[in-house]
Design a protein around this ligand. Structure first.
Ligand code: MG
Length: 243
């Protein structure tokens, strides 16, 4: 007998669980009629992923102001040419698994000026990109921080000039018809394979020196990469929309 009532009660008590994160243990153990997971071929990129950059071009990207993305492609990477502006995906995403590889330039800059860029989920929620290898800054602004909110659990940074990876799962915030928040954004991040953000609940969108409240937005929005005036490189970017 499947019953969801206790689970739904749990979900109401444990507030930031959103509907898709309520565990479904209503199936009897080892029930052979239980639906099989979809088959996904994992290599070289998950077969159900949307490839956003494979080194060949910027077709999946555009300028937030309209028009083509203005970053350069060099040695199979795309480069945040200083002053070129942010770029965003042409496709919009809500709940998503995102893989991004990035490299901070070798330079002598320090603090927030060393390899600063950022991966913005839904254009609002930034996972900070920064050289944080022997480069001190405020913890909620170092590499893999949810900028202004959560420092990473550990600093798993590689040196500038070395490729690094972020593997991110993002659960989009939900808003009701009146624009009221019903479920906050929830983020998990692995930095170079190391867990650095463990299902953190965001207080609202990213801002500088502020933590503004949520404002209702579309259920899906582009992923944005930040131009912060540093020649940060990106490669091998793919996204899996989550059901
Ligand atoms: Mg940034």
């Amino acid at each position: 007998m499947r019953t969801l009532a206790p689970l739904l009660a749990l979900a109401v008590v444990a507030a930031p669980l959103s509907a898709q994160q309520v565990p479904d243990i209503s199936w009897p153990v080892h029930d052979t009629t239980r639906p099989r997971p979809e088959v996904v071929r994992p290599d070289p990129v998950p077969s159900d992923a949307t490839v956003l950059f494979d080194g060949s071009g910027l077709d999946a990207w555009r300028s937030p102001e309209g028009g083509a993305a203005t970053w350069q492609i060099s040695d199979g990477a795309m480069v945040a040419v200083p002053g070129a502006g942010d770029i965003e995906t042409a496709e919009s995403f809500g709940d998503v698994q995102l893989h991004v590889e990035w490299m901070a330039p070798k330079d002598v800059k320090q603090g927030q000026n060393s390899g600063n860029s950022g991966v913005y989920l839904m254009k609002h929620y930034e996972v900070q990109v920064l050289n944080s290898y022997k480069n001190d800054t405020y913890p909620d602004g170092q590499a893999a921080a949810l900028y202004g909110q959560y420092p990473p659990l550990v600093n798993a940074s590689r040196a500038p000039g070395e490729w690094q990876s972020y593997d991110i799962t993002f659960r989009a915030p939900r808003f009701d018809g009146a624009g009221k928040l019903t479920s906050p954004a929830i983020v998990t991040v692995f930095h170079n394979g190391v867990l650095v953000q463990d299902h953190v609940v965001l207080t609202g969108p990213t801002a500088h020196r502020a933590r503004p409240p949520y404002e209702a937005h579309a259920a899906k929005l582009p992923i944005l990469l930040q131009d912060h005036g540093e020649a940060v490189r990106y490669r091998n970017i793919w996204a899996r929309p989550l059901k």
